[in-house]
Design a protein around this ligand. Structure first.
Ligand code: FES
Length: 107
């Protein structure tokens, strides 16, 4: 099954560098040969002040305030390593709302 790493590309996250973050993540995922992982843009997760935000799905793992320096650990997770707990900062009720939306296939 394919996994997705959805990276918010709306205004607030972009102003915090999410465009560069997504590009860099795409390159690192490709370099590592993670063919089952697709890094994709997302419109907005509704936690704009916490960005840049990204959600790994179907893992249902939300990383907030991600910096370039965090990408090694994020890629390690995508490669089968542990989740990056320090980036798990979002309120559980909002996470659940977004996960339910993703479960309906809205990407
Ligand atoms: S702008 Fe990224 S979560 Fe809204």
């Amino acid at each position: 099954m394919n996994r997705f790493c959805l990276v918010c590309q709306n205004v607030d996250c972009k102003s915090r560098g999410s465009e560069e973050l997504m590009k860099e993540l795409q390159e690192r995922v490709a370099a590592k040969g993670l063919d089952d992982v697709e890094v994709r843009s997302y419109m907005c997760f509704g936690a704009c002040q916490e960005g840049p935000n990204m959600v790994v799905y179907p893992d249902k793992c939300w990383y907030a305030g991600v910096k370039i320096e965090d990408l090694d650990d994020v890629v390690a997770h995508l490669a089968g390593g542990p989740q990056v707990d320090r980036l798990d900062k979002i309120d559980p009720s909002l996470k659940e709302l977004i996960y339910q939306l993703l479960d309906t296939g809205v990407f």
